[in-house]
Write a protein that binds this ligand. Structure first.
Ligand code: NAP
Ligand code: COA
Length: 282
């Protein structure tokens, strides 16, 4: 028998099924980083709600698995193995996808790289690699999609992180990259609003069962960190996907230049839990 606490917890876990299945029918989306984790979840959510999807990442096997899982559920998915740092390759891939998908009116930027590293020993190339993938890769995908998004109007959502605004130890590279993406989001929203393109970001906090959290909160500290989140748990990939669906759908047509926090209140605590984690005091 469920208790009232269980019921409240359930109410805190919205299902994607709250959206109409036809929410995005007739639409086409490109998702960078669509071969795993949050990008995979978003690609599957967009496809389950009627969009044709094109997946981008570096590893063809990962992309092929996600595409075939979408197709098995009667969705439409294609993929191209490309590094988002390589503009010419990326533009060629997005143009080819636009032809195959009948246009592109949604772009999701989820490709990223991250690791824990103290600034004092992080190499210049390590810092640059993360800036190149996250920030330059996001610009590259936006720029390469512009011609398609501006044809019939469109929407971009980039996945940032709370490190963009909360100073976080061992994360200067990722924080700088994600802060850059949030600023780019506002700049593009201003320049491209008149062309019918909305540009937004979502900033997840810690999300369960992801490569990101495996890297940032390795086994052991996870349980203690979860307890610090004001909502009392990590978020789910489904919850991030639901926010993206809302932003790209007709429910979000007056929203542009914004970053939506999806962090269960984690950023309200500032760097505290992460400083404790770094000092081994979590
Ligand atoms: P993930 O599964 O590792 O997703 C990142 C994806 O990006 C991978 O599929 C990776 O595939 C792809 N990628 C990496 N470098 C690339 C490149 N140069 N070119 C093209 N694709 C590239 O990790 P995740 O945890 O789900 O993270 C997804 C997004 O959410 C990231 O933007 C991350 O910063 C953000 N985020 C995650 C969390 C969290 O709790 N996990 C919290 C806040 C924000 P390949 O290696 O095959 O290319
Ligand atoms: N700590 C410190 N520096 C690191 C590091 C770590 N854990 N991992 C990589 N680096 C440094 C490397 O030493 C190298 O610098 P150097 O040439 O001065 O030695 C630089 O980063 C580039 O490493 P490389 O492995 O060549 O980069 P890549 O472009 O192949 O991969 C990464 C990019 C490093 C971000 C890699 O972790 C990756 O591909 N990640 C994708 C998945 C991911 O991070 N998911 C989580 C998303 S939140």
């Amino acid at each position: 028998m469920s208790t009232s606490a269980d019921t409240l917890a359930d109410m805190n876990r919205p299902a994607l099924s709250i959206f109409a299945q036809s929410l995005l029918s007739g639409q086409s989306a490109v998702i960078t980083g669509g071969g795993s984790g949050i990008g995979e979840g978003i690609a599957k959510a967009l496809a389950a709600h009627g969009a044709k999807v094109g997946l981008i990442g570096r590893t063809p096997e990962k992309l092929a698995r996600v595409a075939s899982e979408i197709v098995k559920k009667n969705g439409h998915a294609i993929y191209r193995a490309v590094d988002v740092r390589e503009y010419t390759d990326l533009e060629r891939a997005i143009t080819a996808m636009a032809i195959e998908l009948g246009g592109v009116n949604i772009l999701i930027n989820s490709a990223a790289g991250n690791f824990l590293a103290p600034a004092a020993s992080l190499s210049a190339n390590g810092f640059r690699s993360v800036i190149d993938i996250d920030l330059c890769g996001t610009f590259n995908a936006c720029r390469a999609s512009f011609a398609h998004l501006s044809k019939r109007g469109g929407s971009i959502v980039s996945i940032t992180a709370t490190q963009a605004s909360v100073p976080t130890p061992l994360q200067c590279h990722a924080g700088a990259a994600k802060a850059g993406i949030e600023k780019l989001t506002r700049d593009l929203a201003l320049e491209w609003g008149g062309m019918g393109i909305r540009v937004n970001a979502v900033a997840p906090g810690p999300i369960d069962n992801t490569e990101g959290m495996t890297r940032l909160a390795p086994g052991g500290v996870e349980i203690a960190l979860k307890k610090r989140v004001p909502i009392g748990r990590y978020g789910t990939i489904e919850e991030v996907s639901a926010a993206v669906l809302y932003l790209v759908s007709a429910a979000g047509t007056y929203i542009t230049g914004s970053t939506l926090l999806i962090d269960g209140g984690t950023s309200l605590l500032g760097p505290g839990p992460f400083l404790d984690m770094m000092r081994g005091e979590l």
